[in-house]
Design a protein around this ligand. Structure first.
Ligand code: DP6
Length: 328
């Protein structure tokens, strides 16, 4: 059995909305930082028929819903379709074992870690010399943001056309470029009401979506520049504008998608006050949930962690930049 490991990533320029839903071809580019923890391990082997087992962090077997099983089986099918399009014919099926070290209902999306882990393990099993770009396409076919966890460090996902292979990840800078931390504050442990997959399909119903899509190329370029120059102030302003803009699109969709809670807004306000009082290099960002990610420099970390730990009603996760999906 081939084993791979992967982790979540946190977006700084958000991916929200597709130009082709089944292929998860994004409506615009996006950019993220790959995290070093918590991880998901994926084991894969050839088999006559598709089968899979999933395990909780404590080692007990997890009962997956029919929908979850179907999504994973569909991912294998989509990867085979893509491989066919680049001249690789796959015969037979696979058996999978997924060990998640992401605590249940912790509010951290596991899909990026799971699907990039599956794609990484499958590419090694096939042993066809697939490139990192091809593996990032295979990851994207399971979960759009999974594409970016193919690489470590700071990673963009670009879209170049309408074909199945026309959106993939590119590394902007590796995990040693800039030592940022992501201190994650999880205010509540409820399951998401509307998952990202259904959410993406609603993006274009917002009257602000078109404007968002036309603003992204400039923001993406600014974000890349800020990362390459290690300019925290620029990174903070562009990523906070983009996160709030994505949530504005969500909140003006039909039906309305309200992922942020009163707690999220309270934490944002307190972090803003803390950073101006103490001149801290810290920025906030939120994906599709009330969880607040506080990205900060080494100099700001002690203060940011102290603030996070004072939020006793939140679950806290301390993460750093990680190396991306890889074979064990
Ligand atoms: C808000 O990659 O989770 O986190 O393809 O349906 O799995 P699926 O969507 P997903 O969408 C990510 C949305 C986001 C922003 C981001 O990570 O860029």
């Amino acid at each position: 059995m081939i084993r791979a490991v992967s982790t979540p990533n946190i977006a700084l320029i958000k991916y929200w909305g597709n130009r082709n839903e089944p292929f998860r071809l994004p409506a615009a580019d996006s950019l993220s930082m790959t995290l070093d923890t918590p991880n998901v391990e994926v084991g894969i082997d050839f088999a006559d028929t598709f089968s899979m087992q999933s395990f909780n962090p404590d080692g007990t077997e997890k009962n997956l819903s029919t929908q979850q099983m179907y999504r994973i089986e569909e991912h294998i099918g989509l990867m085979n379709t893509y491989l066919g399009s680049i001249g690789i014919r796959v015969k037979g099926n696979v058996t999978l074992q997924i060990h998640s070290h992401i605590p249940a209902s912790v509010g951290l999306a596991s899909s990026a870690a799971v699907f990039s882990g599956i794609a990484r393990a499958y590419s090694a099993l096939l042993d066809e010399g697939l490139t990192e770009q091809e593996i990032s396409v295979m990851s994207r076919l399971g979960s759009g943001s999974a594409s970016r966890t193919t690489y470590g460090g700071f990673v963009s996902m670009i879209v170049t056309g309408d074909g199945i292979g026309d959106s993939y990840a590119e590394q902007i800078a590796d995990e040693d470029h800039w030592k940022l931390s992501d201190i994650i504050l999880i205010p509540n442990r409820d399951e998401k009401k509307v998952g990202s997959t259904e959410g993406h399909a609603l993006a274009s119903t917002s009257p602000y979506f078109k404007q968002r899509i036309s603003d992204i190329p400039t923001r993406q370029a600014e974000c890349i520049n800020a990362i390459l120059k290690k300019d925290f102030e620029k990174l903070q302003s562009v990523s906070e504008i983009d996160a709030l803009d994505m949530h504005h699109v969500m909140e003006t969709s039909t039906p309305v998608l309200q992922y942020l809670s009163a707690e999220t807004h309270r934490i944002i306000d307190e972090v803003k006050a803390l950073r101006s009082a103490k001149h801290l290099e810290v920025l906030f960002t939120m994906d599709a949930g009330p969880t607040v990610h506080l990205l900060c420099t080494e100099d700001a970390k002690t203060e940011v962690l102290a603030y996070a730990k004072s939020q006793t009603q939140c679950t806290i996760f301390e993460t750093q930049i990680g190396p991306g999906s890889h074979i064990l």
